[in-house]
Design a protein around this ligand. Structure first.
Ligand code: AMP
Ligand code: ZN
Length: 472
């Protein structure tokens, strides 16, 4: 049946058909972090969701270009830069490095492009100029530039594509200059903000005078610049639907860069929020966690990842420390099963089977708008079945290798990296003996030991720090 996803634009599940006439290339944009602090685990739920979408698309044979921006200039950042006494680049650079380290610890693949808003000031200015010449942007006395929702609508455009907005009731007709404005009202929003003393040294020159971009225009400019004026998928957390994504649509479609009849984005997917112990995260409630907090408590990135991808992305997820303990147990079951298969397969590498129930059930489940509950169901059915076959000695080295390949194939989507098994003392002793034989230039003996280790499923790697044994 192929991949189906819930599109916020149509509020329904649709078959995924990329814009590429060859049906191969997919452009994916996910709003990235605002680097003003350590990202919390709620933020990472959204980034892990984007990682799963990207991985599943690749698994289904699409050629994905994944863009995730870094918002490195906006209101909160400027406030924090001023408090810190650091330069903008120094301040945001520190948080960005921490962000990517956490993203890696969570087993996420690096987005192909990681554009910075500050690196796209030229395209941002160009886009605002275009909106101005199309009549959808106006200047204010202080030298700022705003987007006019009224002019945009008068020209026959729809403001409120992602959700139904009651424009008459919600529109008090004022303007907002701050990046994160109230969700209860609709207002013209800033595209370019004139420099004010509190901005310190954070400003750029433009035809409207010194200033800086608004947050919404940054994403429109970076996404269209890198993926073209129309692209396939735009992702983000549900809180971004309004106003951020609605404003992105208005700016991008208001610039009229799309071909006739094309939208800025074909499919919008939004991830639901993460709550901690049933509540919104807040420092005063003491339930505010960064990944670092959890690692310091002894958890691992893969346990946190497992937990995040155990719930459907459109369901609010309740994160608890008890659930995290459950994640460890569940992963332990998978690890135990794959370790036994590895032992039996004796290092044979093979292709996944074309008729594997694991692969077909998993694919069907994930194709159904990423139905992870059914996908994990197929994994644990497989673990149970494989354990039974192992206990009954029903698997040969070849079939164990195929089962492992099946698992690795679907694990390219789940991204649960395998843990390295520690070598038992007798294997370490043999490796030591081989090292001594090599020192004594007894290569016949050292080769013999290498073969013996290989027969038991271990490989010796000579690293700059000395030899290391690992499972093959
Ligand atoms: P920010 O760095 O604040 O711009 O947020 C980065 C991403 O995290 C955005 O896509 C937000 O929608 C998302 N996000 C923020 N809070 C949560 C939460 N509690 N659960 C899931 N995603 C969140
Ligand atoms: Zn964005």
């Amino acid at each position: 049946m192929g991949l189906r996803v819930f599109n916020t634009l149509s509020r329904s599940v649709e078959t995924f058909v990329p814009l590429d006439p060859a049906g191969k290339k997919v452009g994916l944009y996910c709003c990235g972090p605002t680097v003003h602090d350590f990202a919390h685990i709620g933020n990472f739920r959204t980034f892990v969701f984007a990682d799963i979408v990207r991985r599943h698309l690749s698994f289904r044979g699409f050629n994905v270009r994944h863009v995730m921006n870094i918002t490195d200039v906006e209101d909160k950042i400027i406030r924090r830069v001023n408090e810190s006494g650091k330069s903008l680049a120094e301040f945001t650079g520190e948080h960005e490095r921490a962000f990517f380290a956490d993203l890696e610890a969570l087993g996420c693949q690096m987005p192909d492009e990681r554009p910075h808003a500050t690196g796209f000031i030229g395209p941002i200015i160009k886009l605002i100029k275009r909106l101005e010449s199309n009549g959808f942007a106006y200047r204010t006395d202080d030298g700022s530039v705003y987007f006019s929702i009224e002019k945009y609508r008068e020209a026959g455009n729809q403001y409120g594509q992602l959700l139904n907005l009651n424009l008459e009731a919600m529109r008090p007709g004022e303007r907002v200059s701050n990046d994160e404005y109230e969700k209860e009202s609709i207002a013209d929003f800033a595209l370019w903000k004139a420099r004010v003393p509190e901005d310190g040294e954070v400003f750029w020159d433009s035809q409207w005078g010194e200033g800086r971009p608004g947050w919404h225009i940054e994403c429109s400019a970076m996404s269209m610049e890198l993926l073209g004026p129309s692209f396939d998928l735009h992702l983000g957390g549900e809180d971004l639907v309004f106003p951020h994504h609605e404003d992105e649509i208005a700016q991008s479609e208001g610039a009229c860069l799309q071909c006739d009849g094309q939208k800025f984005v074909k499919y919008w997917m939004h991830g639901a929020h993460l709550l901690v112990e049933g509540k919104k995260m807040s420092k005063s409630l003491g339930n505010f966690f960064t990944l670092r907090d959890l690692l310091a408590k002894g958890s691992t990135g893969r346990e946190v990842r497992y937990l995040m991808i155990s719930a459907h992305y459109r369901e609010t997820f309740n994160f608890t420390l008890d659930n995290l303990a459950g994640a460890k147990t569940a992963l332990g079951r998978i690890d135990e099963c794959t370790a036994k298969l590895r032992e039996l397969a004796l290092g044979q590498a093979t292709e996944p089977a074309t008729n594997s129930p694991l692969v077909s059930h998993f694919t069907e489940a994930m194709d159904d708008d990423l139905n992870v509950s059914a996908a994990w169901g197929s994994v644990f059915d497989w673990v149970r079945d494989t354990n039974r076959k192992l206990a009954a000695n029903e698997l040969t080295a070849e079939s164990a290798a195929t089962e492992l390949a099946n698992w690795e194939h679907i694990n390219s989507v789940l991204g649960i990296e395998s843990v390295e098994e520690e070598a038992p003392p007798e294997i370490i002793a043999l490796a030591g003996e081989r090292q001594a034989a090599r020192k004594a230039k007894d290569f016949t003996r050292s080769d013999q030991i290498r073969d013996e280790l290989a027969a038991q499923g271990w490989t010796i790697e000579d690293t700059p720090k000395g030899p290391r044994v690992k499972r093959h």
